[in-house]
Design a binder for this molecule. Structure first.
Ligand SMILES: [Zn+2]
Length: 263
């Protein structure tokens, strides 16, 4: 019972310090039925010692809470920015800097915002963005999880599937690490699914991730039909888990914004 004896000693010490360092003062605390005291050395102070302890304890609790919130924020930012496997250009992506020159662009942006709202309100199920590269799928997928991470304080990661599998292949100790992280996070984007070399090994990893999750955003250049063809029914059903038509967006009809950079 070291803790008890420590805290008892601490209390005794506090009482001794009060006695050494204080004298009765004018004033009376109705709440604690106690005369005020005046501190005679150090910082000048007078008042009810019990009120003082209560206020100090309350302050310490708030400080503890703030520290906890700051730790949570750091962890959240670490997941979103450092642990995520993505192109550098994606880091700045938000809903606000998505291009809205055409009606189609405005349409997919509004849809992506509505998916973020759906998750924000507690909705479950996957979201699938299909279409060719450079249409803004990754930009919007990352914007969704970034907005949720900021507004809900949730943990979110985006991983490029090709790079994730390379990472795991280069060091098999990484496999369990990544599976744990990707299953644990509230929101996950599997970016550019279908661009990897599809094998039984890669399929098993994708399956293990999806099987334990309820909210995953998938971006892919494959159509939902092609997904079933490439991955088989078992994985396709996990990919489209809780995924009604409104959760699937085909980015056809959008220009390749990356090609435009060069012309
Ligand atoms: Zn008091």
């Amino acid at each position: 019972m070291t803790t008890f004896s420590n805290s008892a000693e601490r209390m005794a010490e506090q009482v001794r310090q009060y006695a050494d360092n204080s004298e009765p003062a004018d004033g009376y605390c109705e709440k604690h039925q106690m005369a005020h005291i005046k501190v005679i050395r150090g910082e000048p102070w007078s008042g009810c010692p019990k009120c003082w302890s209560e206020e100090t304890a309350a302050k310490a609790e708030i400080e503890g809470q703030n520290r906890h919130e700051e730790e949570q924020r750091r962890k959240r930012m670490y997941y979103l920015n450092k642990l995520s496997i993505m192109d550098e250009e994606l880091e700045q992506a938000t809903f606000d800097n998505f291009k809205t020159d055409t009606a189609r662009q405005r349409e997919v942006l509004a849809w992506a915002r509505s998916m973020a709202r759906y998750y924000y309100e507690g909705g479950r199920g996957n979201v699938v963005m299909t279409g060719e590269a450079g249409r803004g799928k990754s930009h919007l997928a990352y914007s969704i999880i970034k907005a949720l991470s900021e507004t809900q304080g949730s943990l979110a990661i985006i991983v490029n599937v090709v790079d994730l599998l390379d990472e795991i292949k280069s060091d098999f100790n990484q496999k369990q690490f990544w599976l744990n992280k990707l299953v644990e996070v509230d929101y996950l984007v599997l970016d550019d699914l279908g661009a990897e070399k599809i094998s039984d090994w890669s399929k098993e990893i994708i399956y293990s991730i999806l099987n334990k999750r309820t909210r995953t955003i998938i971006t892919t250049n494959l159509s939902s039909k092609e997904l079933a063809g490439s991955y088989g029914k078992r994985i396709a059903s996990r990919l489209l888990k809780g995924c009604p038509k409104e959760h699937i967006m085909d980015f056809a009809g959008l220009d390749d914004e990356r090609v435009k950079l060069w012309t």
